[in-house]
Structures are given as structure tokens and as C-alpha cells.
Design a protein around this ligand. Structure first.
Ligand code: PMP
Length: 303
């Protein structure tokens, strides 16, 4: 981390700091994105994955919490590319735009409170084991519903719920947790969406199951239909259905495509990453590094 975007310009990372009275720090009044950039050594090129889609979701999140971004979509994209260039890394990155109520003010509400946009990035490898598969628990926490927080937005405050689920998983000796919707349907992981393979079909919870509308989730659906000819269903299901799945995996910007090999005490399939999951991983990792002409549209080159 050498440079960050802070208060309208690119500054040395150390200068991008906020005070303890910052509204967002006290009340969780912010929204953010997590974006990956993949370095392609052969092409000496950095590809930012689904950059426009991430900023479209950030704009939506900002609208949900009365944050007015001073930058247009094209400017957000431009600043991000400038920042990646300025940092000059030649390795995979994680980019974090954060729009937040920056005013140092005591008191609740969203109106008339100053906000700001910060963007930082860091070298980033695997967030979750993607080769041997992970063991996950069923969380006792349920996702925050549309009755409590705006749906479809990636809001910082919501992530306390996700952090509780993740901490619970680690406390119980698991790597991740599967959370349920307010109705008790399977929702997602703490920071990733979930897919189930059953009899050559791919099934994933519906948006109404209190999930974040993942950008990787959509990419997986596209790849599964187009490359593997699979039928994909958005369908609500209860946790019991997980135990009879042929394959399970998480997907997300951070998690990428991450096989789940055990839920609570029950092995999924033969306890190893399944063939469809592995095929999707192969297609995904080629695509994100800009190696598949058809999916080049997913990748914004930096250089
Ligand atoms: N669900 C949650 C709660 C998340 O935090 C994320 C990561 N942003 C996802 C799903 C996956 O979303 P995406 O594929 O857009 O990264």
C-alpha cells in the first residue's frame, strides 16, 4: 500500500487517515466494494475484474444511504485505474473503494452529514483455500433483512453481522459459516454467495433470501450456462438440502470459487472438490486473467 485516493486526490497511504469522531466509524454509516485486479505476467498487464459492475453497485449503495458521490461512473473507473498504476504492483490486488459519512459529528441520521470517498488497495492472494476445499458450519446468526437495512447495498454496518458469523465459524473450528435468511432458508457465506450442484443442475438462493447480489454469482451463472450447458436455478432451499448436494461451493470476489467439502459433521460428495466446481474454477481463473477472448469484457486493462 503506497498510495490511496483520499479527499479527492491520490496521496501517500500514511496520509489517508480519519479522526475518532468520524460518523462512519461510530455508526457504521458507509458502503464499500471489494474489487480484484489480476496480474497477467505473460502479457505484463493488470486486469481489473468487473470494475464497472462494482462501481454500479457502489452507486446504488450510496443512493441507499444518502451519500452523494462527486465522481461519475467513468471518473470512478478512471481514478481507480490511476491509483493502480501509481502503486505500480505487478501482482494480484484487492481494491477497496469506501464511501462513508466522514463528518466528525455526534448524532444519528444521514441527511446533511458530510461524506467522502476513499480508495485503497493491497496485494492479495487467496482469501479462502480454493484447492482442497473448506469445512463450514451453519451459523446461528441470520442475515439482516430488508426490514432492517436496505437490500442489495453493500453497507459497512451490515458487516458486523457477517463478522459475527465468521467469528462463530472460527470459534467452532470451521473456516467459514453459512448464514440463513430471516425465513430460515440458506442465504450465503459471511462474505460470499453459495451454489449447490445437484443432479447436474446448479442451484443458488434467490435475492429475496437476504443475500448480497454478488457479481461473481452472476459470472458463475453465465459460465455454467454458456460453457458447461448446465441448467441454473435461483431457488430458496432449507439447510437440510445442503447435506444431499453432490457439490457445494462459495463464490465471491475475495473467495473466487471456493469448494465446500464439509458442512457441520457431514462430508459433501466424496469429501473432495467436485468436478463441476473444478471446471468452473478453470474457466473462471482463465477469464479473470484476460486469457479468454469471450470474457475479456469482464477485464479492464490498466496499462
Ligand atoms: N455476499 C456477501 C455478504 C459479500 O460480502 C460478498 C462480497 N462482496 C459476496 C456475497 C460476493 O459478492 P461479489 O461476488 O460481488 O464479490
Amino acid at each position: 500500500m503506497k498510495y490511496a485516493y483520499f479527499k479527492g486526490k491520490i496521496v501517500p497511504f500514511e496520509q489517508a487517515t480519519v479522526g475518532i469522531m468520524t460518523h462512519a466509524l461510530n455508526y457504521g454509516t458507509g458502503c464499500f466494494e471489494g474489487i480484484r485486479a489480476y496480474w497477467n505476467e505473460d502479457q505484463q498487464q493488470m486486469y481489473v475484474l468487473k470494475l464497472v459492475e462494482h462501481y454500479m453497485r457502489l452507486i446504488k449503495s450510496c443512493e441507499a444511504i444518502h451519500i452523494k458521490l462527486n465522481l461519475s461512473l467513468a471518473e470512478l473507473v478512471g481514478v481507480t485505474i490511476d491509483l493502480v498504476k501509481k502503486n505500480g504492483y505487478k501482482q494480484d490486488l484487492y481494491i477497496r473503494p469506501l464511501a462513508y459519512k466522514s463528518e466528525e459529528k455526534i448524532g444519528l441520521g444521514l441527511h446533511g452529514i458530510e461524506d467522502d470517498l476513499a480508495i485503497y488497495l493491497a496485494p492479495f492472494g487467496e482469501y479462502i483455500d480454493i484447492s482442497s476445499g473448506i469445512k463450514v458450519c451453519l451459523s446461528k446468526y441470520r442475515r439482516i433483512t430488508e426490514h432492517s437495512m436496505p437490500q442489495g447495498a453493500k453497507l459497512t454496518g451490515t458487516y458486523f453481522n457477517s463478522s459475527l458469523a465468521k467469528a462463530e465459524a472460527l470459534d467452532r473450528g470451521f473456516v467459514e459459516a453459512i448464514t440463513l435468511s430471516h425465513k430460515g432458508n440458506v442465504a450465503e457465506g459471511s462474505g460470499e454467495n453459495i451454489f449447490m450442484v445437484k443432479k447436474e443442475k446448479l442451484i443458488t438462493p434467490r435475492l429475496s433470501d437476504d443475500i448480497l447480489p454478488g457479481i461473481t454469482r452472476r459470472a458463475v451463472m453465465e459460465m455454467a450456462r454458456n460453457e458447461l450447458g448446465l441448467k441454473v436455478f435461483e431457488k430458496s432451499f432449507k439447510p437440510a438440502a445442503l447435506y444431499t448436494a453432490d457439490e457445494l461451493f462459495f463464490c465471491g470476489t475475495g473467495a473466487q470459487i471456493s469448494p465446500i467439502v464439509q458442512v457441520e459433521k457431514k462430508k459433501i460428495g466424496n469429501g473432495k472438490p467436485g468436478p463441476i466446481t473444478k471446471q468452473l474454477q478453470d474457466i473462471y481463473f482463465k477469464a479473470v486473467r484476460g486469457e479468454t477472448p469471450k470474457y475479456k469484457k469482464w477485464c479492464t486493462p490498466v496499462y
